[in-house]
Write a protein that binds this ligand. Structure first.
Ligand SMILES: [Zn+2]
Ligand SMILES: [Zn+2]
Length: 210
């Protein structure tokens, strides 16, 4: 059965065949061992490294493909928080940026897809004065702009802070037990139903009594 298996696969299989977690009170089947628990046993360390856990995970997936083990993903009762953009349907907002075209490949206005304008009138001059804050600086920039023109191009505004939500993400881990036969599975199903029956009966009785 275990011919052709690698060292980690053999160690994992031997461990889960020993049914280290005992049997479920509910359906009588072997309880699953977590990848972290397996890595502790396989490598004989208290805190397995990420590489060791990854090696066990790979071994488990190969054993699963070979029909040797059953794999389930179970919550391990820990969570981490994650920041995600809150999905909204309105498009991102833009600001307009005034810039003198550099006439070179790296010009941000040209890169944004804006064709430089060579149009100059009183309104353009007023816009330069307002943007650059002083007549002297506006004059300097207007003079530069006569070479390749100027851009007024859209730049996306960063999302406001309230566009983000914090999510609690539950950590799950692969849990492994030996493969069950079809007969074991049907027995487990029957035992689980017997286990649940008194609770289901009590709930039904309580509902009738209302
Ligand atoms: Zn199963
Ligand atoms: Zn440009």
């Amino acid at each position: 059965m275990s011919r052709g298996l690698g060292r980690v696969q053999r160690a994992v299989l031997a461990y889960v065949l020993s049914e280290p977690g005992g049997l479920s009170d509910i359906d009588g089947t072997p309880l699953a061992a977590s990848v972290t628990g397996l890595a502790r046993v396989v490598y004989g360390v208290e805190e397995p490294s990420d590489a060791q856990r990854a090696a066990v995970r790979r071994a488990v997936r190969r054993l699963e493909a070979g029909g040797h083990v059953e794999v389930h993903r179970l919550r391990v009762g820990r969570t981490y928080t994650q920041q995600r953009a809150h999905p909204r349907f309105w498009p991102p907002r833009y600001d307009r940026r005034l810039a003198v075209c550099t006439g070179e490949d790296g010009c941000p206005g040209c890169a944004a897809g804006d064709r430089p304008s060579m149009y100059f009138n009183a309104d353009v001059v007023a816009m330069f004065i307002e943007h650059y804050g002083s007549l002297a600086e506006a004059d300097r920039q207007l003079w530069r702009a006569t070479a390749h023109g100027w851009h007024l191009y859209p730049v996306p505004l960063p999302r406001p802070a309230d566009d983000y939500r914090t999510y609690e993400v539950e950590i799950t881990e692969l849990c492994v037990r030996r493969a069950l036969s079809a007969e074991e599975h049907s027995q487990a199903e029957q035992r689980a139903q017997e286990f649940v029956r008194p609770y289901a009966d009590a709930i039904r009785a309580a509902l009738r009594g209302r």
